[in-house]
Design a binder for this molecule. Structure first.
Ligand SMILES: NC(=O)c1ccc[n+]([C@@H]2O[C@H](COP(=O)([O-])OP(=O)(O)OC[C@H]3O[C@@H](n4cnc5c(N)ncnc54)[C@H](OP(=O)(O)O)[C@@H]3O)[C@@H](O)[C@H]2O)c1
Length: 213
């Protein structure tokens, strides 16, 4: 069982975008940041629930497949779930539609827990206030021997990296500059210690950097 983080970041290290508006809740930069991932056959089938079978099938898709493989539980932050944007809406059920792509128990870290949500396809959202280590214990117990993914966002991923709880970090570095947002790498000096680091460049220009131990 491994604890995994997979993130898309920009060349200048940003894991969040800042151009969201009420009319355009993801902003234009999110599409720039995730362009190669969103183009993959795996993303289109698994997240967009397309049945056409279309999408790229090269290096980026191999990492997209790996993203979903062998995950038994997911941890995410209140921001990634959308509570920072829709916290006043008691009926908010997350960004991922009626049948979210996780299909496993998802634990949402928040200081304002709310009742659990059962979604179609086996995804349940449970809300908890806990330290990263406590959350990991709970998620590991629910993961049935499979991996736990810390899905994000940037703040929560950084908390787990700072606490030394991550066994495998994969970042897909998009060849774009965002210039602002939350930087994944800040205050993580020496993070590479104890990891084997590999990189692979996809034809899309995305660099897949993996830290494993
Ligand atoms: N680049 C990528 O691959 C990627 C992946 C996923 C998401 N994202 C982006 O990340 C952004 C969201 O990230 P974010 O950094 O703003 O927020 P986040 O990491 O999703 O959530 C942080 C929030 O979670 C709650 N929290 C964190 N640790 C906690 C703990 N130990 N106990 C209780 N609550 C805790 C706190 O919220 P409260 O105090 O309000 O409860 C905290 O402000 C979005 O813009 C999304 O698009 C990027």
């Amino acid at each position: 069982m491994a604890v995994r983080v997979d993130l898309n970041i920009s060349l200048d290290g940003f894991a969040t975008t800042t151009d969201q508006t009420p009319e355009n809740p993801f902003g234009d930069d999110w599409a720039r940041l995730t362009q190669a991932y969103a183009a993959t056959r795996t993303f289109r089938a698994r997240v967009m629930q397309e049945t056409s079978g279309e999408g790229t099938t090269g290096v980026d898709d191999q990492y997209a497949q790996a993203y979903f493989a062998e995950v038994g539980a997911e941890i995410m932050g209140a921001g990634m779930f959308g509570l920072h944007t829709f916290g006043d809406d008691p009926d908010w059920r997350g960004w991922w539609g009626d049948e979210p792509p996780f299909h496993v128990p998802v634990f949402v870290l928040t200081h304002a827990p709310r009742p659990p949500l059962e979604m179609a396809g086996g995804t349940t959202f449970r809300f908890l206030s806990a330290t990263p280590r406590e959350a990991l214990e709970i998620a590991s117990a629910a993961a049935g021997g499979k991996d736990v993914r810390v899905g994000g966002g940037a703040t929560v991923a950084r908390e787990f990296l700072s606490a030394g709880l991550v066994d495998r970090l994969h970042v897909a570095i998009a060849p774009i500059l965002l210039g602002r947002g939350i930087r994944l790498w800040d205050d993580l000096r020496g993070l590479e210690d104890g990891y084997t680091v590999t990189s692979e460049v996809a034809p899309s220009g995305t660099t897949h950097l993996t830290f494993s131990r």
